[in-house]
Design a binder for this molecule. Structure first.
Ligand SMILES: [Zn+2]
Length: 402
């Protein structure tokens, strides 16, 4: 994370410009923890400008900004710091994977809806146990477990996921994010949605086995056209072949393995459930103002708007024709759209720390980065089938013809 985004570091940067700050040198005890990647080169000039010395064990005292080799040494230390972070992440991941597989151990993460965390005796790691740490396992949550069982049973009977979702809302059942606000700050917590029910139906944890690594945390640029702002973390789904399951049951099951597998089979017949659509919920139809829905045709992802028509309604021959858009046609143009947007609105941000990064060269953002950018900034795209134009809603300068 960049300095301006770290609370302590941001406070230090702010203090530099205060003449009454009461210090004239800063000691960095650990380069790895202070500067990641190229951060040193962004921050050091600010210290020099404020007349505050930086002390580091790596150079045996105060840094002399006049020394030429310093930049190279600091760049090298930055690379080493990055490598150390990646290496320790790998070590931790291998260890956790083994603990889950062979011991069915809970290694942290969200407790699935239907279960609660209970004490499971002293921590299996002797060093941890000596510190008084305890192990934990999942047990049935008497309030929510019957709902999970009902969801699996209903799906097994052939009810659609949409119908199950509706029934849960009609009955006023509290949705997972409402039950556990603390672990779900990113969810609105108001109602069940289809995706929540799908996630429950697809989670093998309910067969009694411990599951880990279904999701991963990726680091993406906060702003693709302003790399100096650093990265933020986003949670993404891993492929099922990367999931780690315990070899033996680790907690009480809420569905039999036979039923769980049968329900996955039901999902597989609806091919859409397995496909991912990059632009879900950010692509609207300008003709009827509805969200485009993911639509899988000819082995490729695309989006469809039926302008409010559903197969449950009688056919109205006057209604506009369905609109269909292959995803590739949109993603190919996203970098261009992003350039139009950023040309119209120069990127703002912490100009002190990003002065060297905020050059005005054209953005080289990938389609995925542009989509992340739109999501972070709450922007949506509108496609107008009459004019075949795609634009960022509220940003008339960012409009292109597909
Ligand atoms: Zn429409």
């Amino acid at each position: 994370m960049s300095w301006p985004m770290r609370p302590g570091a941001a406070a230090l940067l702010a203090a530099l410009s205060d003449p009454d700050r009461g210090f004239d040198a800063v000691v960095s005890g650990s380069y790895e923890r202070a500067f990641f990647g190229n951060q040193f080169s962004l921050v050091a000039p600010l210290f020099a400008a404020a007349g505050v010395q930086l002390w580091m064990p790596e150079v045996g005292g105060a840094l002399d900004p006049e020394v030429d080799e310093l930049d190279e040494l600091m760049a090298l230390l930055g690379i080493l710091a990055k490598r150390e972070v990646i290496r320790s992440r790998h070590r931790a991941k291998n260890a956790m994977s083994a603990q889950v597989r062979t011991q069915g151990r809970w290694v942290g993460g969200r407790v699935p809806y239907g279960y609660r965390l209970v004490d499971a005796g002293p921590h299996p790691n002797k060093a941890d146990a000596r510190w008084g740490r305890r192990a934990h396992k999942f047990d049935i949550d008497p309030d929510t477990a019957p709902i999970v069982e009902w969801i699996f049973a209903s799906r097994r009977e052939g009810h659609s996921v949409a119908r199950i979702t509706r029934a849960l809302n009609d009955a006023g059942t509290l949705c997972p994010s409402a039950v556990d606000r603390e672990s779900n700050p990113h969810r609105s917590g108001t109602a069940w949605i289809v995706r929540t029910v799908q996630e429950i139906l697809g989670n093998p944890v309910y067969t009694g086995r411990m599951v880990w690594n279904r999701q991963r945390t990726d680091r993406v640029l906060v702003d693709p056209c302003n790399p100096g702002l650093g990265h933020r973390e986003v949670t993404r789904w891993n492929n099922p072949e990367d999931w780690v399951l315990s070899e033996r049951p680790a907690h009480p099951a809420l569905v039999s393995e036979t039923d769980f597998v049968a329900v996955q089979g039901l999902r597989a017949t609806r091919r859409d459930a397995r496909h991912t659509y990059l632009l879900t919920a950010i692509l609207r139809c300008a003709l009827c103002d509805r969200a485009f829905e993911g639509h899988w045709v000819h082995e490729t992802a695309g989006y469809r708007c039926r302008h409010g028509h559903t197969s449950a309604k009688t056919t109205d021959y006057k209604r506009p024709k369905n609109t269909y858009l292959p995803e590739k046609r949109i993603t190919a143009k996203l970098p261009l759209l992003h350039r139009l947007l950023t040309a119209a609105e120069p990127a703002t941000g912490d100009t002190r720390a990003t002065a060297s990064a905020a050059t005005s060269k054209p953005s080289t953002a990938t389609p995925e980065e542009v989509i992340d950018y739109l999501r972070i900034h709450g922007l949506e795209l509108a496609y107008d089938p009459r004019t075949r134009t795609l634009e960022i809603i509220g940003k008339p300068a960012a409009r292109i013809t597909l």
